[in-house]
Ligand binder design. Structure first.
Ligand SMILES: Cc1ncc(COP(=O)(O)O)c(C=O)c1O
Ligand SMILES: [Zn+2]
Length: 419
């Protein structure tokens, strides 16, 4: 049932969002909690009727993602509603890492400083507003770890019940972060793809009545949160698009929405239309999109994940084919690095820039290094690499410790060869 989504209540609650539209066939639907097209089963995304948006409007807004509220499916007064208010994280000029890699200009978009220490606070913030509009009482998700923490925190702040689903065997810090906010945390005996399948079944069952799954039945709204990374990067570069960007891939949603954000900025005249290359990054042990890229395929063959980069361990990524399209269209590529390189890259980033990334940031930094080494990234072009999560969540991936243990005396210090 396709309905024009223009009734005043939707427009008020969802700001400039006009409808959900099918990414495959373009069919439009009302702004409801639906995520797949009735005609072709294609994924739905938010379509907008943007008004005039100026740089000055944005710059005078709050110091968080709500400065971009006129580009998001949220109400005008969103900043006054109880939410985690993530965003406006630092774009770090990484001169020391650039020098080590032989790059002319490198920035790290460091999202580890968000409220629950990953970029997932951005997507959840938008999903919370949708859940509020639809009258859901429980916030839920299938998660590789970070999303569970972001949902737990956001639910607590906004007054929802929460119940999150994770694969058994996740990093301890991620489990604690999911549970500490007081919601239910259910570990499923299986991998992420099993968890996601289970959640899809729960939506159709009376047990899931009144539940908003941020990345399933609220997925079109949730995805829009990742656009704010594109907006921030452009604004922080002085309203310019980077020439090259390296983005991690789990489901691929973040990568496709960053591209959507760049395209919107161009269409709205907020940045100059210049080419940019998008590079996707996966860990070899879960690299279905990179493998499809290597083989020149348009479809993704699912894999069983086996990598320390658990936050990226989605074997059947929903947005995989769109990632391939974007990499092709922009002249980028999709690459993978092994777990050893992920660990090395975490250390490299920490040693050169003082940024402690979780394994996902090790994947992007590792892929950046690989692309430079293999001459497949222009060393003279302005490059941005994403760190999407905090290394404190994946402590076990690295083995760093004290240099020495000495008695509290200058003599002992000198004798240990430390003076
Ligand atoms: C730290 C981190 N980075 C990146 C991603 C990739 O997200 P997406 O599913 O949008 O590709 C995830 C997904 O869980 C994540 O936890
Ligand atoms: Zn369709």
């Amino acid at each position: 049932m396709a309905i024009a989504a223009t009734e005043p209540t939707s427009v008020r609650a969802f700001g400039p969002a006009a409808a959900l539209s099918c990414r495959e066939c373009g069919e439009r639907y009302d702004l409801t909690p639906r995520f797949a097209c009735e005609f072709c089963f294609g994924p739905l995304e938010v379509a907008y009727d943007f008004g005039a948006v100026t740089r000055a409007d944005i710059e005078s807004g709050p110091a968080n993602i709500w400065r971009y509220r006129h580009l998001l499916p949220v109400p005008e007064n969103v900043a006054e509603l109880p939410n985690m208010n993530p965003g406006l994280t630092p774009l770090v000029k990484a001169d020391r890492l650039a020098a080590e890699l032989g790059l002319a200009s490198l920035h790290i978009k460091d999202d580890s400083g968000n409220p629950t220490h990953s970029f997932k606070d951005r997507v959840v913030a938008i999903a919370v507003e949708a859940a509020r509009n639809f009258g859901f009482t429980t916030l839920s998700c299938s998660s590789t770890g970070n999303l569970a923490g972001a949902v737990g925190a956001a639910a607590a702040r906004a007054g929802f019940q929460s119940c999150v689903f994770i694969p058994a065997g996740l990093e301890e810090a991620k489990v604690v972060m999911a549970a500490v906010y007081g919601g239910r945390v259910v570990a499923i005996d299986g991998n992420y793809d099993d968890v996601n399948r289970f959640c899809s079944e729960l939506i159709g069952d009376p047990a899931g009545e009144g539940w908003g799954f941020v990345n399933v039945n609220l997925r079109p709204y949730y995805g829009e949160g990742s656009k704010t990374l594109a907006y921030e990067i452009a604004e922080q570069l002085g309203w310019r698009l980077p020439e090259q960007i390296v983005i991690p891939i789990a489901s691929g949603s973040q990568l496709t929405k960053i591209d959507k954000g760049f395209q919107e900025l161009i269409k709205l005249g907020l940045v100059e239309d210049r080419p940019y290359k998008v590079f996707g990054a996966q860990a070899t042990g879960c690299s279905p999109v990179a493998q499809a890229w290597d083989k020149g395929l348009d479809v993704i063959q699912p894999v069983k994940p086996d990598t320390i980069a658990k936050s990226l361990a989605i074997g059947n990524p929903a947005d995989g084919p769109y990632v391939l399209d974007i990499a092709r269209r922009t002249g980028g590529s999709v690459e993978h690095v092994g777990d050893d390189e992920v660990v090395e890259a975490i250390s490299l980033l920490a040693r050169t820039e003082g940024i402690f990334a979780e394994t996902a940031g090790g994947v992007t930094t590792g892929v950046l290094r690989k692309l430079v080494r293999e001459g497949r990234l222009d060393p003279g072009a302005e490059t941005v690499v994403l760190n999407t999560g905090d290394g404190l969540k994946t402590l076990n991936a690295v083995s760093a410790g004290v240099t020495a243990t000495v008695k509290p005396s200058l003599k002992a210090f000198a004798e240990a060869g430390l003076a």
